[in-house]
Design a protein around this ligand. Structure first.
Ligand code: SAM
Length: 243
């Protein structure tokens, strides 16, 4: 592949992911809207609705990036609750923090630079952890899932929103064409950065499909793991509990 993705060492992968998100941070939000035709907003809305979050809850928005979900959860948990946006990349956090400040989302939100594989929180801290379009960028996904499990309270749940495998062969083909032929060109045109978007397309292809991710969550300890396909399986929302 373009970056020799399959063969590189994990440290190199982490450094490469860092470069990608440093370079896309400033244009991240507009690219999301353009590349998904705005549909990422519906996927995130669906995630909020599925989260069952209540006033007073403690939420971790992991790989929170520019804070779209943090914003929604901040409103849902209210002044007695708390949302922690954690991300490994300080450029993404900076863009997110500025955006949320400008939107008046303050008071119950904290920002922390952290690696999903080694979360710096005590055991049994959060009612809900979400990771949206983040897990595929994590080098050791099993370790990240175990780390998330540890910081969830008993009765707490994890929601993983991530690209997945389209259910229909024709959609898979069309989607491949879009991801590998069109999307990198759009990245070049809008953000002046073809390589980062090529990486993003490749990382989507490499990511475990619905059933594989479900099994990974079960192996990490999660109970009652289920998933919902959206947009024909282009995206899936996985849910699991810690009992
Ligand atoms: N959740 C946001 C959203 O849905 O718009 C941002 C998603 S963005 C595609 C992926 C984010 O994952 C980036 O901000 C990146 O820095 C972060 N990330 C990548 N590897 C990570 C890791 N190991 N731990 C925490 N965050 C990570």
């Amino acid at each position: 592949t373009h970056f020799g993705y399959k063969t590189i060492e994990s440290e190199q992968k982490q450094a490469m992911v860092a470069d990608v998100f440093h370079s896309v941070a400033a244009k991240y939000d507009i690219m999301n809207d353009v590349m998904s035709f705005g549909v990422h907003r519906l996927w995130k809305r669906f995630t909020l609705d599925a989260s069952n979050v209540r006033p007073g809850n403690k939420v971790l928005d992991l790989a929170g990036g520019t804070g779209d979900l943090t914003r929604k959860f901040s409103e849902a948990v209210g002044p007695t609750g708390k949302v922690v946006l954690a991300d490994i990349n300080d450029s993404m956090i900076k863009v997110g923090r500025e955006k949320l400040h400008n939107l008046g989302v303050v008071g119950n939100v904290e920002y922390i630079q952290a690696n999903a594989q080694a979360l710096p929180f005590a055991e049994n801290t959060f009612d809900l952890v979400t990771i949206a379009f983040g897990l595929r960028n994590v080098t050791d996904k099993d370790e990240a899932l175990r780390s998330i499990y540890r910081v969830l309270k008993p009765g707490g749940r994890l929601l993983v929103l991530e690209f997945s495998k389209p259910e229909q062969a024709w959609l898979n083909k069309a989607y491949d064409f879009y991801s590998f032929k069109i999307l990198p060109e759009m990245g070049q045109l809008i953000a002046g950065d073809k390589e980062s978007y090529q990486y993003l397309s490749e990382s989507i292809r490499m990511h475990p499909d619905q059933e594989t991710l479900k099994t990974m969550m079960e192996t990490a300890g999660f109970d009652q793991v289920s998933y919902t396909n959206m947009t024909g399986g282009i995206v899936a929302l996985h849910k699991g509990f810690k009992f």
